[in-house]
Design a protein around this ligand. Sequence first.
Ligand code: SF4
Length: 376
Amino acid sequence: MKKEHPIKVAFPHMGNVYIAWASALKKLGVEPFIPPYTSKKTLELATKYSPDSICLPYKLILGNFLQALEKDVDYVAMISSPGICRLGEYGQSIRNVLKDLGYGSKYIELQLYDGFKGMYNFLINLTGIKNPIILIKAINIAVRKMFVLDRIENLFSYYRAREKEFGTAEKYYNNALAIILDAQNVKELKKAEKEAAALIKQTPIDLTREIVNVDITGEIFLVQDTFSNQNIEKELGKLGVQTRRSLTVSGFLKDAIIPKWFKKGETHLERAFRMAKPYLSRDIGGDALESVSDVAYANERGVDGIIHISPFTCMPEIMSQNIFPAMRENCDIPILTLIMDEQSGRAGYITRLEAFVDLIKRKKFIKNKQNKLQNV
Ligand code: SF4
């Protein structure tokens, strides 16, 4: 795949993953192309070439690729996996669409479930670089950045829920992302994380504000992607909710990419098998096992509520939603399930969020009152 000029490669959007990918590619002399952020236009474009009943993430990924190809990128890189659900068909299906549109030769694929080896071989095929030190450095910076991004996201959520003036934390957060994007090596990344955190901490906050904690779980793409989840965390922040994503890309990398001997503690997938066991004993595809276990985990930690987000027609998440009622016997935590598709109306969804937050605030108030009475 060697070319005279630096090859230009586009990856689909999924939250901030582009920042990590861009770093790995830059290290290898590849020009990362960041497609325009997912919008209604992206969705409209993809819908024209998608089967009607296919899930939302497929359409958005295809749309990102089509928009990138309009800008003449050399390759679009699909992260594929076998998957028990439709995820296993994404790669071939997108490849067929691009072939029909005359872009067949621009499609390349990374089999993520081949773990570290899959990523390593993908980068060799893409760049022709075979030097293991250079390749490992590229993977290392990408993986480390993903962990930093998830930590910064949590910090941002803390400040957004307590900010005195709406939008201040987000302004600092966006600048913080730019700082992290610029870091070229591990030393710079450590410095960038400190600077990014210091920036977000400049947000003036009201420490007397009543805050509730909510975990976000569900299908990983929707949990990460603010376009497809209608920026749920921003809306919750306005209501004084500090969110924590139960499914993160760094958590996924820990399970899928990072070699065993570098892992510390229980991974998300290991915990998923352990905690979901009384309700679901095997992986049924997508993130269903994780979603079920995340409810039990949030309940165990005394979190105030959990929101489960899934794309319309997502079979694994339909299964997990059907398991939640059976969990009520052991798990007292309030659960809100939201199903998203391209038709999801904003007003109705905000009303449901407000009602849910109202419910968990009241529940928390009653619980605190009872605790006080018991301690008298
Ligand atoms: S988990 Fe759901 S949304 Fe994701 S690919 Fe599978 S069926 Fe589609």
